[in-house]
Design a protein. Structure first.
Length: 169
């Protein structure tokens, strides 16, 4: 999964189940070592776990590409048994977008504007933030699922539409 984003307060979301351990890694393409490599707290509830880079004092640099991964630790003694999801993200300057973002838009309009500007990760994050504020809003969940389907993540979209969102600290 490749995408661009312009927001500095980057978060990642990973579908999780109880009783499993997870690791998150983020590394710049030009770096020798990860910016973040952390075992995540075991989820209390199944659902979508939010990983906030600000919790690890990480800020992404403009124009830099990063690879992120979330690994499900199936057997701590056998790393090759882990299930790993990976993606690439690049932080872009909002003033250099092909379709510029309007200034001063509302939180309700944020997902639409981010998606129209090609900022897929920011659009998903904006929907997820709204869902955290209004967890019973099925319309928001459906809109996020539609965005995920457009990104080729239809199977994830189906699972996410019925899950709760939890923050991981």
């Amino acid at each position: 999964m490749w995408g661009s984003h312009c927001l500095n307060n980057r978060s990642y979301f990973a579908p999780t189940k109880q009783n499993l351990s997870y690791e998150f890694t983020l590394i710049a393409e030009t770096a020798d070592s990860p910016a973040v490599e952390v075992k995540l707290p075991q989820p209390i509830h199944p659902g979508i776990q939010q990983i906030r880079l600000s919790d690890y004092n990480v800020k992404l640099s403009y124009g830099e590409r990063y690879q992120w991964s979330v690994a499900v630790i199936m057997d701590p003694e056998e790393p090759s048994a882990n299930i790993v999801a990976k993606g690439i993200i690049e932080r872009v300057d909002r003033n250099k977008l092909e379709q510029p973002l309007p200034s001063g838009f509302s939180k309700a309009d944020a997902p639409k504007h981010y998606a129209e500007s090609g900022l897929w990760y920011d659009a998903v994050m904006a929907f997820s933030d709204q869902i955290q504020s209004d967890p019973g809003n099925m319309d928001l969940r459906q809109q996020r699922a539609s965005l995920l389907e457009q990104g080729g993540l239809g199977e994830v979209a189906v699972g996410m539409s019925n899950m709760r969102t939890h923050s991981v600290y």
